[in-house]
Design a protein around this ligand. Structure first.
Ligand code: 4AD
Ligand code: MG
Length: 478
């Protein structure tokens, strides 16, 4: 066969009457004559016309949904509806059959739950093709934004000896035999005999190491996998997820918020400019899906409108105390409709509260700052009031928290005191404390959950549907 062209390139080419080869997977085969072929380059299929008399019957029989084929022929204007051009095949090769009696993906609507149970095959569907093309372009846009703004991409370790969030939700990394581990005199496991000579775990965040980077390179970011052994079976949590963590030197919490808002708007604009066909497909999917819901549970805006809406205005910026007052006096709180009532200053905000602020009260993204110290991590800068810290969370519609960040504590004695409150021994983080000792300066950063971002942009209701092979409590298939 000739050198192949991608279907995306064929559809973008305004010329006709030239011969080319395409290769991909059969979506449908109508009337033993019209093949809809998809090759992953775009959601749009190319129609391949095969003449019954030109091809042997046993070859045509193998052209069923899911089969991998190649076709060579002339690109001509299409007489049929729905496509500008089509390929009239002179040669067809079947690379791999897909037995219709067992192939699970038939040309009809499958539920997302069913598709999740065949995650190894769902990437072949239109919906998941759109999601993963968008996921790629979002990752690319993130790197581009940072690169164009003078940031350096820093690779932080996956295996670490520290708990960056101090929350103890870590997966242990060990090569000791769980049946007969070496023990110390008092009968405890002797971790000094383990592979690294100490206890290690998969990282929950690259932040502490990114802080080291910012103290020499000024502006850095990480973009890597992170792992949390929290038993959260929700539509917004994964046990393995990807996080983007920039860290900037000579910067405060306001610079941090500006950076996060700028990044989010940039990447949304990027996919509006580069993935409009994928977004249109997902928008229609969502409209179809919501048809079965009562009117008041349907989205107020279509997907693309929602993305443009995020770009239109500055995000609302309020303090925790202001948010607390709004929530305490809110209708759902007074009518006891929140699962977690808001009574006492200091309580952590749940996703129902976050969504109320964003979707009902402000009707736009909200950044909350100056949280109570006791509900945030040890590394956040303690305000003069001694009660609140310079942390910031960005809340989005549908999701709640999408970004969590802060200005970092730089005063050695305060940091020591905060670590003591969290029960973190200073020896464990002596390297982290060193950067306060040598050439310290105000600095700030944040973490953006990549899957939450993809979830928002694709409109998918479950985070398990925006990563190719999800890991969550009780589940690590494929
Ligand atoms: O708020 P988190 O825990 O913040 C940190 O890890 C900081 N070290 C970030 C920093 O300042 N460099 O997590 C940051 C973001 C959350 O806002 C959320 O979007 C996402 O990571 N996230 C998760 N996404 C999917 N599944 C989970 N289990 C997640 N936990 C957090
Ligand atoms: Mg957080």
């Amino acid at each position: 066969m000739m050198k192949r062209t991608s279907i995306k390139a064929v559809l973008a080419n305004q010329e006709t009457d030239y011969t080319t080869t395409v290769k991909g997977w059969v979506r449908t085969f109508r009337n033993n004559q019209f093949i809809a072929l998809n090759d992953g380059s775009t959601v749009k299929p190319l129609q391949i016309v095969v003449d019954l008399n030109t091809f042997p019957e046993d070859l045509l029989k193998k052209i069923t949904p899911g089969a991998a084929i190649g076709a060579t022929g002339k690109i001509v204007p299409s007489a049929g509806r729905g496509q500008r051009v089509e390929l009239v095949a002179t040669e067809v090769v079947v690379y791999g059959e897909a037995d219709p009696s067992t192939y699970p993906l038939q040309p009809k609507r499958h539920s997302l739950e069913f598709l999740r149970s065949i995650s190894h095959l769902r990437i072949k569907t239109n919906t998941f093709g759109c999601i993963f093309r968008l996921r790629h372009n979002l990752a690319f846009a993130i790197h581009k934004y940072f690169h164009d703004n003078g940031f350096f991409y820093m690779h932080t370790p996956i295996i670490t000896g520290s708990d960056a969030e101090g929350a103890g939700e870590m997966f242990r990394v060990s090569t000791l035999d769980p049946k007969t581990p070496p023990c110390t005199e008092n009968g405890e496991v002797d971790w000094s005999k383990d592979f690294f000579g100490k206890q290690t775990n998969l990282t929950v965040s690259g932040q502490l190491e990114a802080e080291l980077g910012a103290m020499g390179l000024d502006k850095v970011y990480t973009f890597g996998p992170t792992f949390r052994a929290e038993n959260s079976n929700t539509s917004r949590h994964l046990a393995e997820f990807w996080m983007i963590e920039p860290e900037i030197a000579f910067a405060d919490i306001h610079d941090d918020m500006d950076l996060a808002e700028g990044l989010l708007k940039y990447v949304i604009q990027y996919v509006l400019d580069h993935n409009i066909e994928d977004l249109e497909f997902l928008q229609n999917r969502l409209i179809q899906e919501e048809k079965s819901l009562p009117q008041n549970q349907r989205s107020e805006m279509a997907l693309i409108e929602k993305l443009e809406f995020i770009l239109a205005e500055p995000f609302e910026r309020i303090t925790y105390t202001e948010a607390f007052d709004i929530l305490r006096n809110s209708k759902p709180n007074k009518k006891k409709r929140f699962k977690f009532p808001i009574n006492e200053w200091g309580a952590d905000l749940q996703s129902e509260h976050e969504r109320y602020l964003v979707e009902k009260h402000f009707k736009k993204p909200v950044i909350i700052t100056d949280y109570p110290a006791q509900i945030k991590a040890f590394y956040m800068y303690l305000n003069e009031d001694g009660k609140t810290v310079r942390g910031m969370d960005i809340l989005f519609p549908q999701l709640g928290e999408i970004v969590g960040g802060s200005e970092r504590e730089t005063r050695m004695e305060v940091l020591h005191q905060r670590m003591a409150e969290f029960g973190i021994p200073p020896e464990e983080l002596s390297w982290y404390l060193d950067i306060r000792k040598y050439g310290s300066c105000p600095h700030a950063g944040f973490g953006l959950g990549f899957e939450r971002l993809v979830q928002f942009i694709t409109g998918m209701s479950n985070i398990r549907d925006v990563i190719p092979l999800p890991r969550y409590p009780g589940y690590a298939e494929f």
